[in-house]
Design a protein around this ligand. Structure first.
Ligand code: 26Q
Length: 830
């Protein structure tokens, strides 16, 4: 630099932003005027929320930059979590908590005369997921940031998230969820990292400059993928990781060639097609299987994300891929992003001219697959003809992967044609199909289930052929949830009590909760524990009154089942129990009665008839129960509409009894069960999914077990007679009669025949009748236990105390130890 020049100051030289409540006040005021351009006349909750969120976001930014720089400098291994769903919910409270700004924010808002709760409520949930699988992805990235693991989430920025559910005359009605309408403070558009994604066209051979024959994909219709980044803060550790969501847009050159000659408007309209890809999240609906747009979404995510990772690789390493697999891992969240296996092969071979063997070696050492279902009908299959039209070059590669795989199989099992047929990635039926799970298994070095039972059943059943071939690839990673959102943030009274007694180490080391166990013997501690539960129940009661118009008495037992509506989850069994209680009240069988408030919530896939019928049954039974003066406070029931992440934040802390009543062997893990346990609810449940591990941790005395085991469920096939069971059980008979005589459908005759028919069917896969009696007995035990307040509170404390295993911090630690092998990266705070 010559002396004459003035000192050049760097644009990145920014003084760090202050953390005091006065600094926050200044930030809020400045954003209100300068960023949002508002004055006294414009004050509204929404604008106040925006000014506050921008102020909090400022505090994330420098940590975000520092984290990116540290990750780049370290140049270590990184993981990419590929998921069609990230069910984030609200971000503001989470950012405040993780930045350690709770007290300062409360004071700042108090001094500004702003109601804190209204600010939180002003934020729209980011509902970019259906349920468990999507929320799991959100908990995972929270824990990775807290553990300082260099993990980036890749997903789709849906314009419309999970539909909004309302209940009209007892029926579910869906409305679009336009969550971005009022803007999204947390996302940053990064047009400079836009990627082109190919569709259509065909593959052709050509000769490169050295005369080698090569393949390329030509004449494609391209769509642009534009990334939007959201900061994911770790807990008080200076780390901020990234969630990168892709939005689809049209390329600028729209097709004005021969084909569209003169049709200017028509060719501009084509733009729409491109923009449709990221328009809407698919509900988990078997009627939507095989939809072209869904396959477009999957490939769009896979291609854009892999290209983004390769772009970063080439920037640092040039075109040498020798160490790519040692430095990169893709974790596939179910089969939804599995086309990534073929896409990585395609890019390595077609764009960088790697040989098949080199590309395959890299791919197989880079991809890891997590399975989330045991229902064979839920395994993804795509018609070959669709692949061939949409992704011809990708299909070539899948065929080649399959051909080589079948060849290896033939060598290993000579003459076993049946096995080759069973294991083929291409299913040879009327319409040939690509079996995505098999592609994922063949293309990955790790395959995991999400709870021990689930992983065992995958190896023994669904994927047994593959387990025999590659036992070393198979492993279990029991799910978890983040205690930051699911305790520290959403259950302030309990968190405060816990922290007063054992310190706040549990917020990052959930095992420390076990120090609570001895406190269960102290009456004074139990009293405080029960007071927290009561406070949370009062909060939920107010919400239930507001949205359902029903009065829940906070002294009654709060009996809760919230999750997607599905037959295997058996909300129906829950309703049968409620009808049984109603029947007992009407018959005067109410000695030693325990008052109950039953809450059921969850969305049904729009095309899932039975699930929608179940919602209608819950609503109708609730109407009859709630309006009967004989019933009064003994029993109340509601269907809670539009169940979502932010609703669970009020529901979980208030639960006494957590309903986890799926048919054994059908629920891969469940994660709501863990949220309830942490918040001191007792579980009534079957030996299914993670329930088994919950019971192991808390002990069988603190868990209400019922029902057939997974083995017994399997053994019952072919000799199941629900009608015999019903006839032999007077309580059951009366319950069925109440539904069948139309007591809950007075003006809607025959409304529930499909439901009663399903219960009475010998082929009922969910065995509702088989578990009725043992469920009623377990419920009765729970009722009796609830009457001993001191004992119940003890059991509640034990549930929280022994929930340490179910933190996603533990889950992520296990993924990292066994699969990813990443080193934590600590940003340097300047
Ligand atoms: C598939 C094809 C077309 C459209 C949608 C889908 C689709 C979407 C979402 C299929 C499945 C899902 C979601 C599945 C899911 O949430 N599974 C749950 O995952 C949890 C996390 O591992 C487990 O705890 C639950 O047991 C499991 O049901």
């Amino acid at each position: 630099m010559s002396k004459a020049q003035p000192h050049i100051r760097s644009i990145t030289e920014v003084p760090r932003v202050g953390q005091s409540s006065d600094d926050l006040i200044q930030g809020i005021q400045r954003h209100f005027l300068r960023t949002l351009g508002l004055s006294e006349a414009c004050i509204s909750d929404h604008y106040k929320y925006q000014a506050l969120a921008l102020t909090i976001r400022d505090r994330l930014m420098e940590n975000w930059r520092d984290t990116k720089e540290a990750v780049q400098e370290t140049n270590g291994k990184r993981t990419y979590y590929l998921s069609l769903e990230f069910l984030i919910g609200r971000a503001l409270g989470n950012a405040i908590l993780n930045l350690g700004l709770n007290e300062q924010t409360t004071k700042a808002l108090h001094d500004l005369g702003i109601n804190c709760e209204e600010m939180i409520e002003a934020e729209h949930d980011a509902g970019l997921g259906n349920g468990g699988l999507g929320r799991l992805a959100a908990c995972f990235i929270d824990s990775c940031a807290t553990l300082q693991l260099p993990v980036t989430g890749y997903g789709i920025r849906y314009e419309y998230g999970m539909f909004r559910q309302s209940i009209v005359n007892g029926f579910q009605q869906e409305a679009p969820d336009h969550w971005l309408r009022e803007g999204n403070i947390w996302e940053m558009e990064r047009p400079e990292y836009t990627q082109a994604v190919h569709f259509g066209g065909y593959s052709e051979t050509y000769h490169d400059d050295n005369g080698n024959m090569r393949l390329r994909w030509v004449n494609t219709n391209d769509v642009l993928a534009v990334p939007f980044d959201t900061p994911i803060p770790g807990y008080k550790n200076g780390t901020v990781n990234t969630l990168r969501l892709w939005k689809s847009t049209a390329t600028d050159e729209f097709d004005l060639g021969e084909f569209n000659a003169g049709d200017y408007a028509g060719s501009v309209a084509q733009k729409n097609n491109a923009e449709h890809i990221s328009m809407v999240l698919y509900p988990n609906d078997s009627n939507e299987n095989g939809k072209e747009l869904r396959l477009r979404q999957q490939y769009f995510l896979a291609s854009a994300s892999i290209k983004d990772v390769i772009r970063q690789w080439v920037e640092v390493n040039g075109e040498d891929f020798t160490h790519f697999a040692a430095k990169n891992c893709f974790q596939l969240n179910d089969t939804h992003p599995t086309v990534s296996v073929a896409e990585l092969m395609r890019i390595l071979m077609d764009d960088y001219w790697l040989t098949w063997d080199d590309a395959w070696e890299i791919t197989q050492n880079t991809m890891a697959y997590t399975n989330h279902t045991l229902l064979p009908e839920a395994l993804e299959r795509w018609p070959v003809h669709l692949f061939s039209r949409l992704l011809p070059r990708v299909l070539d590669i899948i065929y080649e992967i399959n051909a080589r795989f079948l060849q290896d199989l033939a060598k290993k099992y000579p003459g076993d044609v049946a096995r080759q047929r069973r294991m083929s990635i291409i299913e040879e039926s009327d319409v040939q199909q690509v079996r995505m799970a098999y592609l994922a298994i063949v293309g990955s070095f790790s395959i995991n289930g999400v709870a021990q039972l689930h992983s065992d059943l995958l190896a023994e059943g669904l994927f047994n052929d593959f387990y025999q071939l590659w036992p070393e690839k198979f492993n279990n990673k029991t799910n978890g949830v983040t205690q930051r959102r699911w305790m520290a943030w959403c259950n302030k009274p309990l968190s405060k009590l816990i922290t007063t007694h054992i310190g706040d180490g549990w917020i990052t080391q959930l095992d420390e909760l076990k120090q609570l166990a001895p406190l269960a013997d102290k009456p004074a501690f139990r009293k405080q524990w029960a007071a927290c539960k009561l406070e949370n129940k009062e909060r939920l009661s107010a919400v239930v009154k507001d949205v359902c118009g029903v009065a829940f008495s906070p002294t009654a037992m709060f009996d809760i089942q919230v999750k997607r509506i599905h037959e295997y989850k058996r909300q129906l069994l829950n309703v049968l129990h409620v009808i049984h209680l109603y029947d007992r009240i009407k018959r005067g069988d109410t000695d030693n009665w325990t008052n109950r408030c039953v809450l059921i919530g969850g969305k049904a896939a729009p095309g899932y008839y039975m699930a929608k019928q179940i919602i209608k049954l819950v609503s109708n039974v609730a109407d009859v129960v709630n309006s009967d003066p004989d019933v009064g406070d003994k029993l109340k029931m509601v269907f809670f509409p539009n169940y979502r992440v932010s609703a669970m934040e009020v529901i979980a802390p208030a639960a006494d009894l957590s309903e986890q009543i799926s048919t054994a062997g059908k629920e891969a893990s469940g994660t709501g069960n863990m949220k309830f346990m942490m918040n001191g609810a007792l579980t009534i449940g079957t030996l299914d999914g993670a329930n088994i591990e919950i019971r192991e941790e808390v002990g069988d005395k603190n868990f209400f077990l019922f029902g057939l085991t997974a083995e017994e469920v399997e053994a019952s096939r072919g000799n199941y007679n629900p009608n015999t069971i019903i006839e032999a059980d007077d309580d059951f008979k009366r319950v069925m009669n109440l539904i069948e005589c139309g007591h809950f459908s007075q003006f809607e005759p025959g409304l529930f025949t499909s439901i009663t028919g399903a219960i009475r069917c010998n082929d009922d896969p969910w065995l509702t009748a088989a578990d009725f009696r043992s469920y009623i007995e377990a419920q009765q035990k729970a009722s009796m236990a609830y009457q001993d307040k001191e004992q119940w509170t003890k059991m509640s404390i034990y549930n929280t105390a022994y929930s340490g295993k179910f933190s996603t911090d533990r889950t992520m630690h296990d993924y990292n130890r066994d699969i990813w092998k990443l080193k934590p990266v600590k940003p340097q705070t300047s």
